[in-house]
Design a protein around this ligand. Structure first.
Ligand code: GLN
Length: 554
């Protein structure tokens, strides 16, 4: 993985920016219900434009008041996606990076909380010279500035407006994008609205009324959508699409359906076959070549031609909301696409595992992942799963907290340090043998992220290690989101018993990777490799893990 550590200061909050004269803006809104998959549609549209040789970026505008999702529970909001520059962002940015080669940074997402934070700070500083500060124009101007921030050096900026049209919170965002269209015009700004066309089983009918109402709502705000994307559970017949076109006043060729697919990675081709990218480039007068879709065709053909299936368990505590582990599950799927194996992912509740027989629960899986996490809940179940993998030679992949728990398991079971624990387990724990602890806060890499070590950092891999062979190189850059680190006092004891520290930070101060010598596949890393995997470029660690899992069997 080649990305560079690029922590850059955020632009001055008072700095006013204007639109790039050459960048075109595509705004994606949603109506009827939430969770329609706007992020995946925005990412697919971006992928198609990129396939036409256009330079794209994507932005997520979230109407919630939290300043960022860093402190939001994964159970409510899905995973926190970390960009290379260390921003804790919405999981949609993960889709953007998985579908395109655009690199997301801090400025590619913002929330109402950030907008108000900036406007209130400006007001306290006296920037408004005693004027009354209001939603229009100060809040909407700030939203426009944030939309314009990442649009230098790109041809198209696709901006997804979070939430659903009709929500109180979305209004300032919609007003801001309405103003952008009226200022820049229809050659530079395009609106895509996504709705749901439900099928009513009792009436045995598809219903377009919710779509009509949602478009009516948008029009009341002053926005007429140029393209409608109708999400549906099944294929929509032409007469339904025509009805939507007539009632919503959208050209027939710009009414596009997004029916449920067996893989999200088939969506770009599905949208292309209905002409989505053609409508966008024609409306925006974007000169571009015919799209090169060979990569997406290869992905689709691999998905349709799997030669095997394997069962992988993710043992975690947020298993009731599978979006909590979105990037991990997607990275497993990417590896499956590469190896033409269908990776069936099972979520195992770590807390339940505490009271269950691990062989009965885990015996049917070909490999186990213990992903990142925080806090004490469920740790005994995760440790039980790790013991099961270690002692049964079952492929094990420990990520971040998964690594920290793997070293505690090893210290307790192999080194005989029965009190081994983590500084995260609370004060009541025995303070002897703290295997993962808060490091020396003077370390520069840590200071950049406040209390968290965040973003992309370089790591050196040990000669002769499995991990170096897997990556095929000695220096990698991976993204982080954690506070605790492996306690270096134990490195030698671990090595003597066959658990080798095979990846270290550039300054050799922190352990980044550990691997178990006499085991089929037991690798754990402090960083989050899942954040850099894409279907076109599966991450080497996930690729190797799935290859082993697929070739093995229990
Ligand atoms: N809770 C652990 C820490 O803060 C691990 C974090 C994670 O898994 N992302 O270090």
């Amino acid at each position: 993985m080649d990305e560079q550590s690029n922590h850059t200061p955020t632009p001055s909050t008072a700095q006013q920016q204007s639109s790039s004269p050459t960048c075109k803006y595509v705004f994606v809104t949603g109506g009827v219900v939430s969770s329609l998959g706007k992020g995946i549609v925005a990412a697919s549209a971006a992928a198609l434009l990129e396939a036409r040789g256009l330079r794209v970026t994507l932005i997520k505008a979230d109407p919630y008041i939290n300043v960022d999702p860093g402190t939001m529970s994964p159970q409510q909001h899905g995973e926190v996606y970390v960009t290379s520059d260390g921003a804790e962002t919405d999981l949609d940015l993960g889709h953007y990076e998985r579908f395109t080669s655009a690199k997301m940074r801090k400025e590619n997402s913002f929330s109402t909380g950030q907008i108000y934070d900036r406007v209130i700070n400006n007001e306290r500083r006296g920037d408004y010279l005693g004027g009354t500060v209001q939603v229009v124009p100060q809040i909407t101007d700030a939203i426009k500035d944030y939309i314009y921030r990442p649009s230098t050096d790109v041809d198209v900026s696709i901006v997804e407006i979070g939430g659903t049209v009709g929500d109180i919170e979305s209004l300032p965002f919609l007003e801001a994008v309405r103003q952008i269209r009226s200022q820049l015009g229809s050659r530079q700004v395009l609106f895509i609205h996504m709705t749901l066309v439900p099928y009513l089983h009792a009436a045995q009918e598809l219903k377009t009324k919710p779509t009509q109402h949602s478009v009516k709502n948008l029009r009341q705000i002053g926005i007429q959508p140029d393209i409608l994307i109708c999400r549906a559970e099944r294929e929509l017949p032409p007469r339904i699409l025509q009805k939507v076109s007539i009632t919503c006043d959208v050209r027939a060729e710009a009414v596009i359906q997004a029916q449920n697919m067996d893989s999200i990675y088939k969506l770009p081709l599905h949208l292309h076959s209905q002409g989505l990218d053609k409508v966008i480039v024609e409306s925006l007068k974007l000169g571009s070549r015919e799209p090169d879709l060979r990569g997406w065709q290869q992905i689709t053909s691999n998905l349709d031609a799997t030669t095997s299936e394997c069962e992988v368990a993710i043992v975690g505590k947020y298993v009731n909301v599978i979006d909590s582990y979105k990037s991990v599950s997607e990275a497993l799927i990417h590896a499956g696409i590469k190896h033409r194996t269908k990776v069936n992912i099972h979520y195992v509740d770590a807390e339940q595992l505490e009271i269950q027989d691990p062989a009965a629960v885990l015996g049917k899986f070909h490999g186990i992942v213990v992903p990142g996490g925080f806090g004490e809940r469920g740790i005994d179940g995760k440790i039980k799963a790790i013991t099961y993998c270690r002692t049964n030679n079952l492929p094990f992949f420990g990520i971040c907290y998964g690594m920290q728990l793997a070293v505690i398991e090893f210290a307790r079971s192999v080194l005989g340090l029965s009190h081994a624990n983590s500084a995260e387990f609370g004060e009541s724990n025995n303070q002897e043998h703290v295997i993962t602890h808060l490091p020396n806060q003077t370390n520069t890499a840590l200071n950049k992220g406040g209390t968290m070590r965040l973003g992309s950092l370089a790591c050196q891999l040990l000669d002769g290690s499995k991990v170096k062979r897997i990556y095929g190189k000695g220096v990698i850059n991976e993204r982080h989101r954690h506070r605790l680190v492996f306690n270096n006092a134990y490195r030698e004891q671990f090595r003597q018993q066959g658990m080798v520290c095979s990846g270290l930070t550039d300054d050799l101060e922190f352990v980044e990777v550990l691997e178990l010598q006499d085991h089929r596949w037991f690798i754990c890393c402090q960083y989050h490799p899942e954040l850099q995997s894409s279907p076109r470029l599966p991450h080497p660690l996930f690729s190797s893990f799935v290859e082993e899992v697929d070739g093995g069997g229990v």
